[in-house]
Design a protein around this ligand. Structure first.
Ligand code: SAM
Length: 669
């Protein structure tokens, strides 16, 4: 688990790390030093105007107080303002991407205190403090100023974090702020292995700047591949180091069968009208990418996203699996996004009332015990509660112990989808076509054409299929191994006793606090049916299931009639993970990666893609509220050649080729 830094303030009021006996920034003029050493010596201002991409990527070792980050943001904001005045909107950098690694994060209270010393950054500091992550290792994606600034804040050791990252052969970093305490005080960080890893994720021409002029640092960076130079240091300091990378070392994080290639994204068709597609449209809109929405229903969120109350909480395991990592980070990102939408004035009914998972059977008691003993999850994410504590949280008496997700809650999914679509439209207007059932997709030399009822749409550079259970309806995607699970949720009238419930309860299903005089109770799980028909039998099953676990509780026995219900088919895959990436055509894989049948040591051929530009984004099951927003960022970031928020192992776990690769390795195809 990540531990916070222990700090004190020296006589000048500068924060000092107790464990390293070193200051976070210069006593004299921390801001001026940050500007000179890192920003100026990397020549950022000039490069923002002439860069060959719309985003510029800075990576920093040691986020500390965020002073370098905030200072850079301020200068970047000035750059955007100058661009506006000079009407140079068609070229130059429009988005800043800052990656920072931090092994011992400051506590949010220490950070807030420190940042009061820099009132000039108040607007940005407030955004930083309100989004500052909990102590969970891995990448936390934070966004500032409507997504024009992205901070991927990795909690964990810099080298260990780089090793987990997902990155392409061309690299991702344009400039390095090589900070960290003085080499003599923090020798563990200033290692050759870190310098080599920095090169792995750098682009050709990447620069670096560091305050130190230590000979071993200069030699180490030079051995790693940077052309190094000593220059004048800040103020009275004699020297510091800068460097440039002439050649990359041609590494990428994934084996070639799990590549995420870039795509043009010049004009994107998005098929589907639920949470998944609204997340994709929002991710595209933040980047100013032109898109068009196609939905077969008359309005958004008529499919699996049409529940009245959907629970939002992460599905965590007692081991540090890709599954748990995906859900923990996705949940935290989704919460930040939903809060941001609300702050921006978009509304949807919701309550961050927490989610209490009850140990309704002995195996669950053991499982919950195990979850906590592993100490993988910060208590602010998930904590064990005794029956007494749980009942106090819930406001009703059940007698069950459990685990509590204090940041969880419920949202109204259709309202959320509409809010997200409106927010996307405000950022970058797009066209929506409802009542439009796309029957056919055709790849032409000009791009993708979509056909519906005798009408043709396109060409589009890319098509993203977010059509849930219908995602396999196209000739190209019929091999998609979707597992459709029908679920019915019943709406039951509240009673005086049930109104006391203050949090979402999860047993085998879920039960929500009162909303519009009703509770949501469900859901049923039925495989191999595509019927959306509500059935009386399923309403009975839902009540029966609730009474099975809560028959001794008056909140459950006093409930009124079931007045309505919703049924839908959730799209999932056999491994309970979603799918995000370019469509993987089995015949292409069989040709390129035939040698996988012999083992992983053999050479592969280049992958030639028949369906290039066609992407899959589905399989979120009943968990899209939690996992779709971050997966959407991962997909669009990869396609747009930006840093990716998910680690390599999670990226592989949700890759569309995973089932094909598995079958090839097992010699099954
Ligand atoms: N750049 C920071 C700022 O703007 O406030 C100041 C950085 S402070 C001098 C050094 C930071 O590096 C500390 O926050 C420390 O916890 C962090 N650090 C030290 N060793 C590290 C490592 N191996 N990996 C990641 N961060 C590390």
């Amino acid at each position: 688990m990540i531990k916070n830094a222990n700090i004190h303030f020296n006589h000048q009021g500068t924060p000092v790390a107790n464990d390293f006996d070193d200051i976070y920034y210069s006593d004299d003029n921390g801001l001026a030093e940050s500007y000179y050493v890192f920003y100026q010596q990397n020549n950022i201002d000039t490069r923002l105007q002439s860069h060959d991409q719309a985003h510029f990527v800075i990576a920093e070792t040691g986020f500390g107080t965020g002073l370098n980050f905030l200072n850079t943001c301020q200068h970047f904001t000035d750059h955007l303002a100058r661009q506006q005045v000079q009407k140079q909107l068609n070229y130059g950098v429009k988005r800043l991407h800052f990656i920072a690694f931090e092994k011992h994060p400051l506590s949010v209270s220490d950070l807030s205190k420190i940042l009061t010393a820099w009132p000039e950054f108040n607007l940005l500091s407030e955004q930083l403090i309100s989004q500052y992550p909990i102590n969970l290792a891995g990448c936390h994606r934070l966004e500032f100023n409507n997504g024009t600034i992205v901070l991927d804040l990795y909690f964990g050791d810099a080298l260990e974090s780089i090793k987990t990252m997902s990155y392409p052969r061309s690299g991702i970093v344009d400039a390095w702020f090589l900070d960290g305490f003085a080499p003599s005080k923090n020798p563990d960080m200033w290692q050759q292995s870190l310098f080599n890893a920095m090169v792995n994720i750098s682009k050709v021409g990447a620069t670096l700047a560091t305050f130190t002029a230590a000979g071993f640092v200069r030699r180490g960076l030079s051995d790693a591949g940077f052309t190094m130079q000593k220059v004048k240091g800040f103020a009275h300091k004699r020297s510091m180091l800068i460097g440039t990378l002439k050649h990359t070392n041609d590494t990428q994080s994934a084996p070639s069968y799990f590549n995420h290639d870039v795509s043009p994204l010049s004009n994107v068709a998005v098929i589907g009208g639920g949470i998944a597609s609204s997340c994709i449209l929002y991710s595209l809109a933040k980047r100013g990418i032109s898109s068009q929405l196609f939905c077969q229903d008359a309005a958004p969120a008529m499919g699996a996203s049409h529940n009245v109350q959907g629970a939002v909480y992460p599905h965590l395991q007692a081991k540090n699996s890709p599954h748990s990592e995906l859900f923990a980070h996705s949940f935290l990102y989704a919460k930040r996004l939903y809060k941001q939408l609300l702050n921006d004035g978009f509304s949807f009914d919701h309550s961050w009332c927490g989610v209490l998972q009850h140990a309704v059977k002995q195996p669950l008691v053991d499982r919950h015990e195990n979850l906590v003993q592993q100490q993988l999850w910060p208590p602010t994410l998930m904590r064990n509660v005794t029956a007494e504590q749980g009942d106090t949280i819930a406001g009703v008496t059940t007698g069950y112990s459990g685990v509590y997700f204090e940041q969880g809650g419920w949202v109204n999914p259709p309202q959320l989808v509409n809010a997200m679509l409106s927010a996307a439209h405000c950022l970058s207007p797009y066209k929506s076509t409802f009542n439009c059932h796309i029957e056919q997709l055709k790849k032409t030399s000009n791009g993708w054409l979509l056909f519906s009822n005798g009408k043709q749409f396109g060409p589009f550079s890319d098509v993203i299929i977010c059509a849930g259970e219908h995602s396999d309806a196209f000739a190209q995607t019929k091999a998609l191994p979707i597992v459709g699970v029908r679920g019915q949720v019943s709406h039951v009238q509240a009673s005086e006793q049930s109104t006391k419930l203050k949090t979402v309860l999860c047993h085998k299903g879920y039960f929500t606090p009162v909303y519009l005089d009703h509770h949501c109770m469900g859901a049923t799980f039925e495989k191999n049916t595509k019927s959306r028909q509500v059935t009386e039998q399923d309403n009975l099953s839902n009540r029966e299931q609730l009474l099975n676990f809560y028959g001794h509780c008056n909140f459950a026995t006093s409930l009124g009639n079931i007045t309505a219900a919703k049924a839908a088919v959730r799209c999932s895959f056999i491994d309970h993970l979603p799918m995000a990436g370019e469509w993987a055509e089995q015949s292409d894989y069989l040709t390129a990666f035939a040698n996988l049948r012999l083992g992983k040591r053999y050479q592969y051929q280049a992958l030639s893609k028949k369906q290039q530009g066609l992407h899959i984004f589905t399989g979120f099951g009943a968990r899209a509220l939690c996992s779709a927003p971050l997966c959407s960022e991962h997909l669009i970031s990869s396609l747009n050649n930006e840093p990716r928020p998910l680690s390599e192992r999670v990226s592989q776990a949700i890759h569309p080729a995973r089932f094909i690769v598995r079958d090839l390795i097992r010699n099954k195809i």
